[in-house]
Design a protein around this ligand. Structure first.
Ligand SMILES: [Ca+2]
Ligand SMILES: [Ca+2]
Ligand SMILES: [Ca+2]
Length: 256
């Protein structure tokens, strides 16, 4: 039964690697253009097994197409938006013209019914596929509208780790006011870190939307980039020799 002592020590090695990383402050870079942005359909939020939940400020669970997430200004022949699924479908949609299509999550800027702001969407990454979580390298948030009246990016991002999934830690707040008058207008805000690593061992990501510009903004996509935290035994600290040792011990255990 000696292997029962080996496995926890391997897990500890992985945690030490993750927490020993030196972080710098997140860096936010922004850009605006009249044409569509390419977005990813292979980012971490679009991996199989990812789930999400939407809540209002009172903690009530909302549907993906709750009015707060499908804001429709009632003008210009607006099409009802896709709601929250628009954020992770790998499509940007038409350049700056959400009114003519369903491809956006219109995050409302005012309370509707008993719900209230801020709203949040929390994504649970696929921990079954990577029990130690994911090392994040970048987050891109996109908006687009027919004019600059509902295009500001205003969202706070927090995360929790696989080691403490219920404890959310603030990552950064994006408050991008393009102030560009060209139409249509599409915007991108990228969050990265000068160290290359935004956060380590991440299990959950939360995007919180406070009061939005002009009663509603057309969010097009949120892309999250990173890699699965290597299994402790394959992290290179112990090498293949340790793997072989474990395998031999497991085989020996089965024969007992
Ligand atoms: Ca989209
Ligand atoms: Ca995506
Ligand atoms: Ca604006």
């Amino acid at each position: 039964m000696k292997h029962r002592g080996v496995i926890p020590s391997l897990a500890c090695a992985g945690v030490i690697v993750a927490t020993a990383t030196a972080y710098a402050a997140p860096v936010i870079t922004t850009s605006s253009q009249t044409t569509v942005f390419p977005v990813s359909n292979t980012d971490l939020l679009q991996q199989s097994g990812v789930t999400h939940v939407n809540r209002d400020n009172a903690g009530n669970t909302l549907t993906d197409t709750n009015a707060l997430f499908t804001y429709n200004d009632g003008n210009n022949g607006n099409t009802a938006s896709l709601g929250v699924p628009a954020l992770t479908n790998g499509q940007f949609g038409l350049a700056g013209r959400p009114q003519a299509e369903a491809e956006y999550a219109g995050v409302a800027g005012q309370a509707v019914g008993t719900s209230g702001l801020p709203l949040n969407v929390t994504y649970a990454l696929n921990i079954a596929a990577s029990p130690a979580g994911y090392n994040l390298t970048g987050i891109d948030v996109y908006t687009g509208w027919a004019d600059n009246g509902r295009d500001d990016i205003n969202v706070s991002i927090s995360y929790s780790t696989a080691a403490a999934p219920a404890t959310f830690l603030p990552l950064t707040t994006v408050n991008f006011v393009p102030g560009v008058s060209t139409t249509p207008i599409d915007n991108k805000a990228s969050v990265t870190d000068s160290s290359g690593l935004l956060a380590a061992g991440v299990a959950n990501l939360r995007f919180e939307f406070p009061l939005q510009e002009n009663s509603g903004v057309g969010y097009r996509e949120i892309d999250v980039f990173g890699t699965a935290v290597p299994e402790p035994a394959s992290a290179g600290l112990l090498g293949l020799g340790a793997l072989g040792l474990l395998a031999r011990r497991r085989r020996a255990d089965r024969t007992r």
